[in-house]
Ligand binder design. Structure first.
Ligand code: HEM
Length: 367
């Protein structure tokens, strides 16, 4: 398969057909860094990302082409592997624009008004170790080794300027962004991503995903906002729920994914026929004044806890033109029957700048 372009109007990794693996990383800038450090970091990340997404080492000397007396530029574990659909998507958190009342990078006035920490939601159980961050990098690839190589090397390149705050591995996409992708399943066993915004629906993307030139601020035009929510699933409890109730909770059949109001997977649900607190009814655009988002989440399993319960869930990722779209939906879901079986443990919001042109770098329009 051809590698995905790194440069372009929009960053890759949003409408790109969802890959099999995720390594999501959140970074904080180091104390005493300044505007030049931040710009250089973004330039260095852009350079390395533009190479590794094409299946190359992070630099021309790479893993083995440099001096035997120095540590290699590239850590080397992706040698011989193809690009594997790698995408690297960079975002800016609210704290990048102002920290401890300081305008360290001279961008305080450039913060999008909508880029604020998400409000607290009913039932939130957030931990700082999976939340927030000055910068984020969403890395997706069809090979987990390629994804981890990317985060490892981008963290290494950031040395002295930014450090990894937290990161999350995901596998098994829980959404699709193109019609030819089979709808994958989440860990509750349901098809996930049936009613999503797809890559070829440019009208819906312009309306719901891309920040428009007429939106504020203008440096973000062609970009988006990324919400990440680490949602733990109480798998063992769920597995004791009878099938008919599982289906009632979502408002869809577990097998084919058809709405319980009839038809097949892609038949529009007749909402009045679904339980008033079913997930699909509460999340549907018709219940939310037309609100839509692009979902791009992944399953995760981080082993088990001391009681032998799986530490598992859904690393929910959504892209929207305005964070308010997510807020509207998440508030609507406050009475979701599914809530008994999930806990939101991590949260973050980042502005995703537009794609960079070749010769430029991601985020240039901000400075
Ligand atoms: C639909 C699962 C969290 C928004 C669905 C569907 C499933 C599902 C099975 C039906 C198939 C589909 O259209 O994709 C889950 C699980 C979650 C979760 C297991 C957490 C562990 C969320 C959150 C939001 C959300 C946090 C947004 C705040 C939506 C939307 C739809 C949807 C917008 C499509 C509704 C429609 O247009 O029919 N979800 N979901 N979901 N979900 Fe979720």
């Amino acid at each position: 398969a051809r590698p995905y372009d790194f440069f372009g109007e929009h960053q890759a990794g949003i409408v790109t057909p969802v890959q099999e693996h995720l390594h999501f990383a959140s970074f904080d800038m180091m104390p005493r860094t300044d505007r030049a450090d931040l710009i250089e970091l973004l330039q260095d990340w852009t350079y390395a990302a533009s190479r590794i997404t094409q299946g190359l080492d992070v630099s021309a000397t790479g893993a083995v082409g440099g001096s035997p007396e120095s540590p290699p530029d590239d850590t080397g574990e992706a040698q011989g592997l193809p690009a594997s659909g790698l995408t690297v998507t960079i975002g800016f958190g609210p704290t990048l624009f102002e920290k401890d009342g300081e305008d360290r990078y001279g961008i305080r006035d450039r913060r999008p008004a909508a880029l604020e920490r998400l409000p607290a939601f009913l039932g939130d159980d957030l931990v700082p170790e999976s939340s927030d961050g000055d910068l984020c990098i969403q890395v997706c690839a069809d090979d987990p080794q390629v994804a981890v190589h990317a985060v490892r090397n981008l963290s290494r390149i950031a040395f002295g300027r930014a450090r990894l705050r937290w990161s999350q591995l995901g596998y098994g996409k829980t959404s699709r962004t193109t019609a030819d992708q089979q709808t994958p399943r989440n860990l509750f066993g349901f098809k996930d991503g049936t009613a999503n915004i797809l890559a070829d629906d440019t009208a819906a993307l312009d309306e719901n995903v891309w920040v428009a030139a007429s939106d504020e601020p203008s440096w973000l035009a062609g970009g988006s906002y990324l919400v990440a929510r680490k949602i733990a699933m109480l798998i063992e409890t769920w597995d004791r729920v009878r099938l008919s109730e599982q289906e009632n909770i979502f408002g869809r059949e577990k097998g084919e994914g058809a709405p319980l109001s009839g038809g097949s997977e892609f038949t529009e649900p007749r909402l009045a026929k679904l339980d008033a607190n079913s997930h699909v009814r509460l999340a549907h655009p018709d219940t939310n004044g037309g609100t839509r988002i692009l979902r791009r989440g992944f399953n995760y399993v981080g082993g088990n806890n001391a009681l032998g319960r799986l530490d598992a869930g859904l690393f929910f990722l959504s892209y929207q033109r305005d964070p308010q779209q997510f807020v509207t939906l998440q508030r609507s879901l406050s009475t979701d029957l599914m809530n008994e079986y999930v806990r939101h443990v991590g949260s973050g919001l980042w502005a995703i700048p537009p794609g960079a042109a070749a010769g430029s770098y991601v985020g240039e329009s901000l400075f």
